[in-house]
Design a protein around this ligand. Structure first.
Ligand SMILES: Cc1cc2nc3c(=O)[nH]c(=O)nc-3n(C[C@H](O)[C@H](O)[C@H](O)COP(=O)(O)OP(=O)(O)OC[C@H]3O[C@@H](n4cnc5c(N)ncnc54)[C@H](O)[C@@H]3O)c2cc1C
Length: 282
């Protein structure tokens, strides 16, 4: 057998899943399964203990789909990466999500992996984290103790520790918000990224404000560079910023545990994203 024995639960409502999670301490949540199933195989091979209960979220309709209203988009945690990439509202209003999703892993993985899994699997390198912080997303968790909303920024600052089930992700819409994303792969073949950077800002009459520069360096969770943001805020968005920004970065974030190649690539990724913003403002 490839896996150790476990009991598979397939609740049809969030409340049922929460009850199970509370009731079965040695359990794991199953979303798309792309990481969990691989880990279960690995644990078995290495003779490590595996969870006794798997709680699948696949049959809970409330967790699926993307809804738009006048000023926000709500994404169910079980929405797949491919569904996100294809969604017309996302393409039109939050194109940075589409850009991130279209380069993420491979088609078979994008068809299975979910946004909820990407944000909660607690691997520091998964890419939607920096995008969510850049867009000031709010994460909605449900557990036995109730419903809790936490900003993406605080969630990752707190090391992506969670209580219960991530049910939805809420994003505010603002027609003046521009954004850009850059991923640096490790190798030419499909692999987890070496680093990714997401940038967003409010642009009015070419002046930018409320900028968010978020670095995911692969070692620690996505974090904002507030030093670089302070430099950008209030400036006119022109091409000189692409070079100037490098004099104003927080090197503790950019250079932590980096070799020279990574230091260079992280700066290149940042200047690329700023250049993308300038292009959007033309
Ligand atoms: C070969 C390969 C390449 C990849 N490349 C990339 C890449 O380039 N970029 C990138 O960003 N990612 C990449 N990934 C990661 C991929 O996006 C993840 O596999 C995915 O994010 C996990 O999502 P899932 O839905 O399959 O989660 P699962 O494997 O089902 O779940 C993993 C864990 O996440 C937690 N979880 C999942 N959903 C919830 C929820 N709603 N509430 C609470 N906890 C939850 C649970 O602890 C669960 O055990 C890659 C994965 C693989 C296998």
């Amino acid at each position: 057998m490839l896996l150790n024995k476990f009991t598979y639960h397939s609740p049809k409502e969030i409340s049922e899943a929460i009850e199970l999670l509370d009731d079965k301490p040695n359990s794991k949540i199953l979303a798309g399964g792309t990481i969990l199933i691989a880990n279960l195989k690995l644990f078995k091979q290495r003779n490590m203990p595996t969870p006794e209960h798997i709680i699948s979220l696949r049959k809970i309709p409330e967790l699926k789909g993307i809804n738009i209203d006048t000023d926000s988009i709500t994404i169910g945690a079980m929405t797949t990466i491919n569904e996100l990439q294809q969604n017309t509202h996302v393409k039109k209003n939050l194109s940075i999500i589409k850009t991130c999703c279209e380069n993420l892993a491979t088609t078979p993985i994008r068809n299975m992996a979910t946004i909820g899994g990407n944000l909660t699997c607690r691997y520091t390198w998964t890419e939607l984290s920096s995008v969510m912080v850049a867009l000031d997303a709010q994460f909605i968790f449900r557990s036995e103790s109730g419903i809790k909303t936490i900003s993406a920024e605080n969630y990752f600052f707190d090391q992506a520790k969670q209580e219960g089930i991530l049910t939805h992700i809420k994003l505010k819409l603002n027609a003046d918000r521009i954004s850009a994303f850059k991923r640096i792969g490790k190798r030419a073949i499909v692999d987890k990224p070496m680093l990714s950077i997401s940038v967003s800002a409010i642009a009015q009459n070419k002046k930018i404000n409320d900028s968010r520069i978020v670095i995911n360096n692969g070692y620690s969770f996505a974090i904002r560079d507030k030093k670089a943001e302070n430099f950008l805020n209030g400036k006119n968005l022109n091409i000189s910023l692409v070079k100037d920004i490098l004099q104003h970065i927080d090197t503790e974030i950019f250079d932590s545990r980096s070799d020279d190649y990574k230091k260079h690539m992280s700066r290149m990724a940042l200047t690329d994203t700023i250049e993308q913003l300038v292009q959007q403002c033309k």
